[in-house]
Structures are given as C-alpha cells and as structure tokens.
Design a protein around this ligand. Structure first.
Ligand SMILES: [Zn+2]
Ligand SMILES: [Zn+2]
Length: 368
C-alpha cells in the first residue's frame, strides 16, 4: 500500500479513492460524492472522519449552481471557501485528537482531508499546508514508518524554507515533530536541539507559561528521563504540570466563583468548561497521566509533586464533566495529602470534592 503523498495533485472530479488515490470501485451511498478503491479504505475513512463530514462534502463536491449575477457568484464562492476552511480546522482537530490518544492509523484519513482542503484553499506551496504534513508525519512515526515520516517532514521543512511568512507557532510544531522523529531514530542530540527550538518558538508565539508550550517541555523531559538525567527531567516535568495546573485551576476558580454568585444556577453546566478543544484535552490527559506514572515510579520521595499531578487531573476531568474520574483522582490526591503534612492542600482538595459531589447529586436528580 502506497500512502506517500497520495495527494500531491489536488483532486478534481476524477473518480479515485479518497484514501489512496487508486481508481475507484465504490461510492459512499450516503453522500454519493466520495469514492473508494474498495471496502478497506471506505471503512478506514468512515471510522476516521467520513462519518462526521459525509453530508458536509455534498455542497463542496457537486457542480456550482447557476448564478444570476456576478454578485451572487462571488457570494457563492465565498460560502464555498468558508465551508472548506471550517473543514480544514475540523479535520485537523479530529486527526490531532487521535494522535494524542495514540490512534495513529485512525488519524491518517482525517489528516489527509485537512491537507486536501488546505491545498484547495491555499494552493500547493502555501505554508498553511505545513500543519497537515506534520500530522501525517506524526501518524507515520506512530505506525513505525520512519521513512514516510521523514518524507512528510522534509516536505514541511521545504515549504517553511520557501515561505517568508511562517509563524512562530508553525516553526514550533515543525521542530516538535523533528524532535519526535529523532527520538524515534535514537539520535538524542538532534532531538534535544529540535525540542529546545520548539520551546523557543512556542514561547515567542504564546509565552513560556502557555499550555501550547508545555508539549515541548514534556518531550524534552522524556529525553532526559531516558538518559537518566533525573534532575533535569524532574524540573521539566514540574514545569509542564504547573502550566496545566495553573490553566485548569483558573478555569475552576472562575467556575466556582460563578456558582457561588448564582445559587439558582447551581449545577447547571451546559457546556464543557475547560476552554480547550478535544485535541487539547487529549493532549492534557496524555501529558498528565504520563507524568503521573513517572512520578509514582521514581520520585516517590516528594509526594507533593505527585499530589499536584493528581489534583490537576482531577480538575481536568471535573471541568470535562467526568465526575467519576475527577473523584477518583481527587481521592488519591487526598489520600497522599493525609500522609503528608499540608493542611492547606487537604482543604483545597476537599473543596474540589465537595463540588464534585454536589454535581453528582444534581445529576442524580436530573435522571430520576
Ligand atoms: Zn484506496
Ligand atoms: Zn459519504
């Protein structure tokens, strides 16, 4: 199966497979505008992304209607662009979420879609293609296809090199993925170089204490951890945990303030309160649970660091409205805090538990 650059040429109305570009044998009966070489790729695409965007593709892939005026035609074109831009972001987030969850194979069709729409909207040489190349590189790496990952990365690198307006955010992502590639190739020196650059560019773009910078600290910490430079890795894991704790605690404080002011709205939370998209939530879970297992296995001398990670995970799940997981982590944090002298720590965790319980009661009432 050849998945390398299947989309180097944007698709016109050729009847070729959505996933591999081979001649099509099947069509999706729900939208009738999407073709596949066979059931394997149809199933892969459906499970990854097509189920979510099947109906959205119809207006993009059917012939433009007849317009009465130039004005109408322009309006139609603008609508089309808007739809494609929405799909670029949507497919990107879906693919990114799969990657953070370790589902590399599932990420590929969604990432290919993000790339395809980017090519349609921005052209073949735009720096806007880079984030999609990076998704594909990361997915390839996750599947152990190092050569393919390198090809996507060199495509990304080349595009960045030719461009004059590449953002710091994109530079950061490129370096992060190069770092991950060199980790996979067991070249720690190159990996460190690129991850340090990732942190630098992410800090320029978002600040040193931003959640989007935390991934760089986390991966760099993993390298030092592997090299048994435990003091360095400890510092970086602490940095990454603190960034997430500060971010989530701010949301939590705002939420509990809002609740105490509006007693009648108690428990009425309709929206997800993390302020994160699904991919960022998946990243938070991945970073924090990895750090937790490292803390529990190696740094047990300093329980307050483990407590911080447990508390942060509890806040995250509470804000994601997964109360049973929130309770589980809070109880573990409390258990550890009891053996440790901090009174303040215990008070904070008990307050969080109280809120979780009151939410559970609300849910209980709602379902009876
Ligand atoms: Zn195919
Ligand atoms: Zn369809």
């Amino acid at each position: 199966m050849n998945l390398i650059y299947p989309l180097a040429v944007p698709k016109g109305r050729r009847l070729s497979c959505e996933v591999c570009d081979a001649p099509a044998e099947r069509v999706c009966t729900a939208c009738t505008v999407t073709y596949y070489c066979g059931t394997v790729h149809q199933k892969a695409d459906w499970g990854s992304i097509h189920e979510k965007i099947c109906q959205l593709l119809i207006p993009l892939r059917t012939a433009m209607p007849f317009y009465n005026s130039e004005e109408e035609r322009q309006h139609g074109l603008q609508q089309l662009q808007k739809r494609q831009k929405h799909l670029i972001e949507f497919c990107y987030t879906v693919a990114q979420k799969y990657l953070f969850e370790g589902k590399h194979e599932e990420a590929v069709p969604a990432a290919l879609h993000s790339l395809r729409f980017r090519m349609n909207v921005h052209g073949l040489n735009s720096v806007e293609l880079v984030p999609a190349y990076l998704l594909l590189a990361e997915a390839s790496l996750g599947m152990g296809r190092i050569v393919q990952a390198e090809e996507y990365l060199s495509q990304a690198r080349w595009t960045v090199l030719k461009s004059t307006d590449c953002s710091n955010a994109t530079h950061s992502l490129l370096h992060r993925n190069l770092g991950l590639l060199y980790i996979a190739k067991d070249n720690q020196e190159q990996a460190r170089y690129h991850l340090a650059n990732d942190i630098y560019f992410a800090s320029c773009a978002f600040g040193t204490e931003d959640i989007r910078t935390s991934g760089g600290y986390f991966h760099l910490a993993n390298i030092f951890h592997g090299l048994e430079k435990l003091e360095l890795s400890d510092t970086l894991y602490t940095k990454a945990s603190q960034i997430w704790h500060t971010y989530l605690n701010n949301h939590y404080q705002a939420l509990s303030r809002a609740r105490s002011q509006q007693a009648d709205l108690l428990g009425k939370r309709f929206l997800n309160d993390t302020g994160l998209d699904e991919a960022q939530e998946a990243e938070a879970i991945r970073i924090l649970t990895s750090i937790l297992s490292i803390r529990e296995s190696t740094f047990s001398k300093e329980p307050q660091k483990t407590i911080l990670v447990l508390k942060t995970l509890s806040l995250l799940y509470f804000l994601m409205m997964d109360n049973s997981k929130a309770k589980d982590y809070a109880m573990r944090a409390l258990g550890l805090a009891e053996t440790y002298r901090s009174v303040e720590e215990r008070r904070v965790i008990r307050n969080l538990l109280d809120l979780i319980y009151s939410d559970e009661e609300q849910e209980g009432h709602a379902t009876t």
